[in-house]
Design a binder for this molecule. Structure first.
Ligand code: IVH
Length: 673
C-alpha cells in the first residue's frame, strides 16, 4: 500500500518536473522560478534515495550519469544518416527545382519545407516506447559513437516523450548546437581561467558532446532541435514533413520556430532573403537553409543519389570562416593613443566581403593565438562584426617565424608607449602631439553623431593633418579658402561646401559638443547625461570626482577620465579656442525642484501596460525627476508591474520593494500634472 502511494507521489513529482522542464527548454517560457523547480527536484531525489527500487531511467533526476567512461562505443545506424547537396546561389536552387519537376514529370509548383541549417553536430536519438534509450553522433553516416550519457544531460532532450500515439520505435534526428550567449559565457570563463577558448559555437558543441565525463557535458549550454525522423516501427507518421515535425513538437521535442512551408521555388528564394536578414539576431549560428520536398510520397519517388537525398538541398550562406595567409602584423594608433595590432592578410572572401585586415585587439591576444607573420590563419567574420583571427593553423607554419614584440615606442610619433598594469592596452604617451591621435581626435569631432561636419571625411582629415594645416579641432575654425584650394583632389566647390559645413557646426547642442571633445569613455549617452545633470559646460569642467559619480551611468573609471580630461592643459586651451570661435548651443534649463517631485526615486517597469506605452511611462517619470532603470536592485524605490510580470516582480517582492499596478502609475503621473 505504502509502495503504491509512494509510487504515485513520485510519478506526480516527475510529471510536474517534466512539465516545468518543457516550459523552460522547449517553450522558452518558464512558469515557476528556478527555486521551485529545485525544491521539487530535491523532494524527488530524497524519495528516490529512500526507495531506490522506484528509480527509472527516465526520471528527471537521472540526467547526469555518475561515472565517466573510458571511450565511446561505436553504433551502427540502421538507417544511414545522409548528407545534403549544396546550392550556393539562386540559379542553383532554380536548377534543383527544375530537376525535380523533370524527374516527377509534373509541372505543378512543389511544396517545400524551409528550415534554418543549424550549425552544430547532427545526432540521432532513439525512443523506445516513448523513453529515450540511446543517442549517437552521425559519425561517417553509417557508424557513429554512442553518446547516450551525454545527450541525456541536455535539457531540451526529453527523457520521455509527452502525450501518446508515438511509434514503438522512433528515431529522432536533429542538431545539437550551442546558442551564442552560452558560447560567449563559456569562452569568457575559459579566458579567465587560462584555458583555450573554443573557435566557434559548432566546435564547442561538438567538443562538449565528446566529453567522456557526462558531468562536464551537463555544464555546457547545449540545445537540441529536431529536423527529421529515421527508423520508425510500430506506428504510422503523417505523410508530410511539416506535419511530422508538428507531431514531434507535440511529443515534447523542440523544433525550429523559423521553419516555414512554402509553395514553389520563388518563395524559397524569398525565404532565403528574409532569413539572411534575421540571421544575426537568431541567437544561434546557422550556416544556410535546408529546403525539403514536404510530401513524403514525393520524397520516396525522388529517392537518393549517392549519399544525399534528391528531395532536399542546402543553400549555403557565404562562409563566415576562411583560411588565408597572414602577411604581416602592424600597429595602429587610435584616438586615445591605444596601439592596436592589426593583421594584414592575403585578401580573402569571408562573410560576404573581401577582407584584407583583421584586428588582433592587443598583445595578450597575439600571445594567446601565438600568431606570427607568415602563418596560415582562420579568419572569422560573423555579421557586421569586425573580422578577427580565430585560429592559427600551426601545422602550416613556415620555418623561422618569430613572435612579434609590442612596440616600446609609438609607431607614428616615436613617443614612449606604455601599458598600465592590469590593462590590456598599450598606449602612446605622446597625447595630442602624436599625429595619429590628432587625426583620430579630429575625425571623431567631425563625425555624424558629434559635430556632424559634412564633407570632412577620414581621408581629408589625414590630408589636412599631414599638410600641417590643422593639429587640433579648434584649428578647423581658422581654415581658409586659399589654404584648402591648394590641396590635391579638392575643387573650389568642395572647399566652399566644407567651409560652409564647418561654419554650420558652430550651432550645436551641449551633448554633441561634449561627445565631440572625445574624453575617454564618454560616449553619446554619457555626454547626454552629463549635459542634463549639470546643464552648463563650466560646471561640468569643474565637477569633481564625487559629483561626477552622481550622474547616471557614470562610474568611478569614467569619472576619473572626465576629471583627467578637464585638467589637461592642452584640452583646456582647445576648448577655449572653440568657444572663442563662437560655438554655441541652446541653454539647458535647470529644472525647478518643485517640478521634479520624483527626484531621487528609481522606477522599474515590467509586464504589460495597456493604457500607456512603456516608453511614454518612462518619459513622463523622467520628466518628473524620477530615474527609470532596467533591472530591480536595492536602489529601486517602486516597481510598476503589469500583467505577465515575472522575475522582476519576484525579486522586488523578495527585496520588499513597493509595487504598483498601471492604474496607480497613471494616478501618480496625473497627480503631478
Ligand atoms: S536534413 C537527409 N535539416 O546539415 C536529410 N540537416 O549536410 C539530412 N543540418 O549533417 C539532413 N540543420 O547536421 C537537415 N534543418 C536541417 C538541418 C540539417 C542542420 C545539418 C545536419 C547534417 C548536415 C547535412
Amino acid at each position: 500500500m505504502i509502495d503504491t502511494e509512494m509510487h504515485a507521489e513520485i510519478e506526480q513529482l516527475r510529471s510536474t518536473l517534466n512539465d516545468y522542464n518543457y516550459q523552460y527548454y522547449i517553450l522558452d517560457n518558464p512558469t515557476v522560478p528556478d527555486s521551485e523547480y529545485d525544491r521539487l527536484f530535491q523532494q524527488l531525489s530524497a524519495l528516490e534515495n529512500k526507495y531506490p527500487e522506484l528509480i527509472t531511467a527516465a526520471s528527471p533526476t537521472q540526467r547526469v550519469g555518475v561515472k565517466p567512461i573510458d571511450g565511446f562505443q561505436q553504433v551502427k545506424h540502421e538507417m544511414a544518416m545522409l548528407s545534403l547537396g549544396n546550392a550556393f546561389n539562386d540559379d542553383d536552387l532554380v536548377a534543383f527545382d527544375k530537376r525535380l519537376h523533370t524527374r516527377l514529370n509534373d509541372d505543378r509548383p512543389i511544396i517545400y519545407a524551409c528550415e534554418p541549417k543549424l550549425d552544430g553536430a547532427a545526432v540521432s536519438l532513439l525512443y523506445q516506447d516513448g523513453v529515450l534509450v540511446s543517442g549517437a553522433t552521425r559519425g561517417d553516416g553509417s557508424t557513429g559513437e554512442n553518446i547516450t550519457s551525454n545527450v541525456r544531460t541536455i535539457g531540451s532532450i526529453p527523457l520521455k516523450l509527452m502525450g501518446s500515439g508515438y511509434p514503438t520505435t522512433l528515431e529522432v534526428r536533429g542538431e545539437i548546437y550551442m546558442p551564442l550567449k552560452g558560447f560567449d559565457a563559456l569562452n569568457e570563463v575559459a579566458l579567465a581561467t587560462g584555458e583555450k577558448p573554443f573557435v566557434n559555437p559548432r566546435n564547442a558543441a561538438a567538443g562538449s558532446l565528446r566529453q567522456l565525463d557526462p558531468q562536464l557535458t551537463a555544464k555546457r549550454p547545449l540545445e537540441f532541435c529536431c529536423y527529421s525522423v529515421g527508423l520508425v516501427k510500430g506506428g504510422e507518421l503523417p505523410n508530410s514533413h511539416s506535419e511530422i515535425l508538428s507531431l514531434l513538437a507535440q511529443w515534447g521535442l523542440k523544433i525550429n520556430s523559423q521553419s516555414q512551408q512554402v509553395v514553389g521555388i520563388d518563395a524559397c528564394i524569398d525565404y532565403y532573403q528574409q532569413l539572411s536578414e534575421k540571421r544575426h539576431n537568431l541567437g544561434y549560428d546557422i550556416d544556410g537553409i535546408v529546403y525539403k520536398v514536404d510530401d513524403i510520397e514525393l520524397q520516396q519517388d525522388l529517392g537518393f543519389v549517392s549519399r544525399a537525398p534528391r528531395w532536399a538541398i542546402a543553400r549555403k550562406f557565404p562562409a563566415q570562416e576562411e583560411m588565408t595567409i597572414l602577411e604581416a602584423i602592424e600597429f595602429q594608433v587610435g584616438r586615445t593613443g591605444a596601439i592596436t595590432p592589426v593583421a594584414r592578410l592575403q585578401p580573402v572572401f569571408v562573410g560576404g566581403v573581401t577582407v584584407s585586415n583583421a584586428t588582433l585587439h592587443n598583445f595578450d591576444e597575439i600571445q594567446r593565438l601565438d600568431v606570427r607573420a607568415g602563418d596560415t590563419v582562420i579568419i572569422r567574420r560573423a555579421g557586421d562584426v569586425i573580422p578577427k583571427v580565430a585560429q592559427v593553423i600551426l601545422e602550416k607554419r613556415p620555418p623561422n617565424t618569430t613572435l612579434v614584440k609590442m612596440p616600446t615606442n609609438c609607431p607614428v610619433c616615436g613617443s614612449p608607449a606604455s601599458r598600465i598594469e592590469g590593462e590590456a592596452v598599450t598606449r602612446c604617451e605622446g597625447g595630442l602631439f602624436c599625429r595619429a591621435q590628432q587625426s583620430e581626435a579630429i575625425k571623431h569631432y567631425a563625425s555624424r553623431k558629434a559635430m556632424d561636419i559634412d564633407g570632412l571625411g577620414d581621408k581629408l582629415v589625414e590630408q589636412l593633418v599631414e599638410a600641417k594645416l590643422i593639429a587640433n579641432v579648434a584649428d578647423l575654425y581658422s581654415l581658409e579658402n586659399q589654404q584648402l584650394v591648394k590641396l590635391e583632389r579638392l575643387g573650389e566647390k568642395s572647399v566652399d561646401n566644407l567651409l560652409g559645413a564647418i561654419e554650420s557646426s558652430k550651432q550645436t547642442t551641449l551633448p554633441r559638443f561634449l561627445y565631440a571633445l572625445g574624453a575617454r569613455e564618454v560616449g553619446e549617452a554619457t555626454a547626454r547625461n552629463l549635459a542634463n545633470h549639470f546643464c552648463e559646460l563650466p560646471i561640468i569642467m569643474q565637477a569633481d570626482f564625487d559629483s561626477l559619480i552622481e550622474v547616471d551611468d557614470v562610474g568611478p573609471i569614467v569619472a576619473q577620465h572626465i576629471v583627467n580630461f578637464f585638467s589637461t592643459e592642452h584640452n583646456l586651451e582647445v576648448i577655449e579656442k572653440l568657444l572663442a570661435a563662437d560655438i554655441k548651443w541652446p541653454e539647458i534649463l535647470k529644472p525647478d525642484a518643485s517640478e521634479q517631485p520624483l527626484l531621487g526615486q528609481t522606477f522599474v517597469v515590467t509586464g504589460k501596460l495597456e493604457r500607456i506605452s512603456r516608453n511614454d511611462a518612462k518619459l513622463q517619470l523622467q520628466a518628473l525627476g524620477g530615474k527609470v532603470a532596467g533591472g530591480v536592485s536595492a536602489k529601486t524605490t517602486t516597481l510598476v508591474a503589469g500583467p505577465g510580470a515575472g522575475s522582476k516582480l519576484i525579486k522586488a517582492q523578495e527585496l520588499g520593494i513597493n509595487t504598483i499596478d498601471e492604474d496607480s502609475l497613471l494616478s501618480l503621473l496625473d497627480s503631478h500634472k
